[in-house]
Ligand binder design. Sequence first.
Ligand code: COA
Length: 162
Amino acid sequence: MKTALYPGSFDPVTRGHMDIIRRAARLCDTLVVAVMHNPDKRGAMDVQTRVQALLLACADIPNVRVIAHGGLLVECARETGADAVIRGVRPLGDFDTEFQMAQVNRALGGVETLLMTTSPAYASISSSTVRQIASFGGAIEEMVPGEAAALIRAALHSEKEA
Ligand code: COA
């Protein structure tokens, strides 16, 4: 595949996201990782910091490009020339939502979605768990990519102070 698009809120990026990014990057010439807005979630970290964290975490993967996009996923896919959208699914609960999103995006813009199963080691990690642990001053290092851990901890700490 030439170009694949991996969209998400990445609030913040976790080791679970990185598992998908590393595996997906092997399947295409270019993997565009897009920080997007999920209207069902109140953002904790600002978009620029989420992009920065991804840039740090993906620095050693040459065919990954990180962008921010404020519109619809189908528009982002068109603008980036993506052949398909990649999404990760964890064993519990993700499939129904992803199935519905994939159907809507195909109907809306002819965008195909490929679902990749999350590696078992990361199945119980989520961005909201990271946010909650950080808000109590707990250690998040095992859950987020090492290169971005300090930035994420500082950003979530300043969000709590605000
Ligand atoms: N391993 C472990 N956890 C994972 C994971 C993996 N491989 N992949 C995702 N997760 C977790 C994340 O940590 C996150 O946890 P949280 O719910 O506690 O925050 C959750 O699964 C999903 O987050 P993520 O994949 O980062 O983003 P999202 O599901 O919020 O992204 C958008 C959704 C942004 C792609 C979607 O809202 C969108 O397309 N927005 C644009 C507007 C649009 O087009 N809407 C119509 C869509 S039909």
